[in-house]
Ligand binder design. Structure first.
Ligand code: FAD
Length: 468
C-alpha cells in the first residue's frame, strides 16, 4: 500500500511503464506505484538509436513482478482506477482501494473507434486479446472487410492470406494516415500476389506478444495497445487457399450493416456496393481515453481530439497531475518539424519526459522540452518495405506552399522530399535508402539547398559526402 509520498502512474502501456522506470531511476528516494488494469505490462528491450532521432527497440509484454524486481522502489497494483480526487490527492480503484499521490501521471492510452459497437461481426484490433479474437475468426473465413485507412488497416491488408479482402477506405488513396496519394501508388502493386521476401536482418522496432495465462484485464478494461510489428509472427490465414488479392473500395464514407442469409454479415458501402463477408474489422483509429476521469471534481481540460491537454512540461490543467502517451494532446507550441501522432515511439518519449518533468517539479527545478520533440521521426513497415517519416513528411501545415523532389525505383525504393524556400521540411523514405541520418540533419539545420536542385536525389551522387 502506498504512503503519502508516492508518485502514482496509471497505465501499464509503454507510456506508463517508461514513465515508471524513469521515475524509479531519477527519484530513488520516492516510492512509485504503477496502477494498471491490464495483467501484463509493456517493456521496451534492446533499445538502439539508429540515427539521432530514430529509435529501434523490441517490445515485450511481461508480468508486473518483473518490473517490481528490477526496480526496488516500484509497486505495481493491478486494478482499474475509477476516480481521481485532486483535493485529497488520491485515486480510487474499482475495488474501493484509495491510493494517495504527491504527483500523478495519467497514461491510460486510447480506445479503438468502432464503427459498430457490441456487434459480434465487427471487431477492433487494439491489444493481445483482440488479436487472438481476430485470428480465431479469420481461420474460418472466406471474406473479410477492413474498414479504415491507417497503420493497422494497412498492415492487415498486406498480411491477411487465404481469404478475400475488401478494403473500404473513405479517401482517394490507401494508407492516407501516413502517406499521400503519390506515395500510395508505390504500394498498390503489393495488394496482390506474393508478399515481399524479407531481406537481411530487420532494422526496426519489433513487437513480441508473450502469451500468459493471466490474459484478461481487470474489470473489462483493455490491455495496452499493441505496437510496431505486432503482426509479425502472427499467422493471418483464412479458410480458402487462394492467391493474395485485396480489392480496394475508395471513398466510402460509412458502412451500413445489413442482414441477409448467405453470409453472417452484409455491408452496404456508401458507394452503393453491397458485400457479404464473414466479419468486418474496424480499424478506424483510436480515441484518447481523456474523459475517463473527468468529473465535477476533476475538470481536466480536453482537446478537440479528446486527449488530455498537456503543456510543455506534460502537466495537465490540474495541479500535480501529468499525462503522457496516447491519452494526452500535446498542446505546447510545437517545433516547426514536429507533430503529434499517437505512436509507440512518442508514447515512450512522452513517458520518459513526463518522469523528468515530475522530478524537476519535486526539486523545484526548471526543465526545457526534450530534444526528441524537435523533429518528428518515425520508422515503420508497410507492404514489407521499411518506411521512414521525417519532419513535415506530407507537407503538414505548409499550406501547399512547398516543392517536392521525388526519386523512385519501382519495387525498390521511393524517396520524397518536401522543400520550402529551398530548405528541407520533411521526407518519406521507403526501402533501404540509408538517407535518414543526412535528411534528419538537413531538416534540423535548415541549410539552403536551392543550389543543389534535383541533384539532391541524384543516385550517382553520394549525398552524405556533400553535406559532411
Ligand atoms: P496503451 O498502450 O493503450 O496503454 C494504456 C494502459 O492503461 C493499458 O495498460 C490499460 O490497461 C491501462 N488503463 C486504461 N484505463 C485504465 C484505468 N482506468 N485504470 C488503470 N489502468 C488503465 N505505433 C507505432 O509507433 N508503430 C506501429 O506500427 C503501431 N502499430 C500499432 C498496431 C496496433 C494494432 C495498435 C493498436 C497500435 C499500434 N501503434 C503503433 C500505436 C501504439 O501501440 C500506441 O501509440 C502506444 O502503444 C500507446 O501507448 P500508451 O502507453 O499511451 O497507451
Amino acid at each position: 500500500m502506498a504512503d503519502t509520498d508516492t508518485i502514482v502512474v496509471i497505465g501499464g502501456g509503454i507510456a506508463g511503464v517508461s514513465c515508471t522506470e524513469t521515475l524509479s531511476t531519477l527519484c530513488k528516494n520516492e516510492s512509485i506505484t504503477l496502477v494498471t488494469a491490464s495483467p501484463l505490462i509493456k517493456a521496451v528491450t534492446n533499445f538502439k538509436q539508429i540515427s539521432r532521432r530514430l529509435e529501434e527497440f523490441d517490445v515485450v509484454e511481461n508480468p508486473s513482478s518483473e518490473l517490481q524486481e528490477a526496480h526496488r522502489n516500484v509497486t505495481v497494483l493491478q486494478a482499474k482506477v475509477v476516480s481521481i480526487d485532486p483535493l485529497k490527492r488520491e485515486i480510487v480503484t474499482s475495488t474501493g482501494e484509495s491510493v494517495p499521490y504527491t504527483k500523478l501521471c495519467i497514461c491510460t492510452g486510447g480506445s479503438p473507434k468502432l464503427i459498430m459497437k457490441d456487434d459480434p461481426n465487427v471487431i477492433g484490433i487494439r491489444d493481445t486479446e483482440s488479436v487472438s479474437q481476430f485470428q480465431a475468426k479469420l481461420g474460418g473465413s472466406r471474406r473479410v472487410i477492413i474498414v479504415g485507412n491507417g497503420g493497422i488497416a494497412t498492415e492487415l491488408a498486406y498480411e491477411i492470406e487465404d481469404c478475400e479482402v475488401v478494403w473500404a477506405i473513405k479517401d482517394k488513396s490507401i494508407s492516407s494516415a501516413f502517406v499521400d496519394a503519390g506515395t500510395a501508388q508505390f504500394f498498390l502493386p503489393h495488394l496482390s500476389g506474393d508478399k515481399k521476401v524479407q531481406e537481411g536482418p530487420m532494422k526496426r522496432v519489433k513487437y513480441t506478444v508473450k502469451p500468459s495465462p493471466a490474459s484478461s484485464s481487470e474489470s473489462g478494461a483493455k490491455g495496452g495497445a499493441l505496437g510496431p510489428d505486432w503482426s509479425l509472427g502472427i499467422p493471418m490465414n483464412g479458410q480458402v487457399q487462394r492467391s493474395r488479392h485485396v480489392r480496394v473500395e475508395y471513398e466510402c464514407e460509412e458502412i451500413w450493416r445489413t442482414k441477409n442469409t448467405d453470409w453472417p454479415v452484409y455491408a452496404l458501402l456508401t458507394n452503393d456496393k453491397l458485400y457479404g463477408c464473414d466479419f468486418i474489422v474496424s480499424a478506424t483509429g483510436v480515441v484518447p481515453n481523456g474523459n475517463e476521469f473527468v468529473t465535477q471534481n476533476l475538470d481536466l481540460k480536453l482537446a478537440m481530439d479528446g486527449g488530455v491537454i498537456v503543456n510543455d512540461c506534460m502537466k495537465t490543467n490540474i495541479d500535480h497531475i501529468y499525462a503522457a502517451g496516447d491519452v494526452c494532446s500535446a498542446s505546447w507550441d510545437w517545433a516547426p518539424h514536429w507533430l503529434q501522432m499517437r505512436l509507440w515511439s512518442q508514447a515512450r518519449q512522452m513517458g520518459c519526459y513526463a518522469a523528468q518533468c515530475i522530478k524537476a517539479d519535486l526539486n523545484d527545478e526548471a526543465i526545457s522540452l526534450d530534444f526528441c520533440f524537435e523533429l518528428f521521426a518515425h520508422v515503420t513497415k508497410f507492404f514489407g518495405y521499411k518506411v521512414i517519416l521525417l519532419g513535415k513528411f506530407n507537407g503538414q501545415g505548409l499550406d501547399d506552399e512547398y516543392d517536392i523532389l521525388l526519386r523512385m525505383t519501382k519495387g525498390v525504393e521511393y524517396i520524397k522530399v518536401i522543400l520550402k524556400d529551398g530548405r528541407m521540411q520533411g521526407a518519406i523514405l521507403i526501402g533501404e535508402t540509408d538517407l535518414e541520418e543526412t535528411f534528419e540533419n538537413l531538416i534540423l539545420n535548415q541549410l539552403d539547398l536551392s543550389r543543389y536542385g534535383e541533384d539532391l536525389l541524384d543516385p550517382g551522387i553520394d549525398i552524405d559526402d556533400y553535406f559532411d
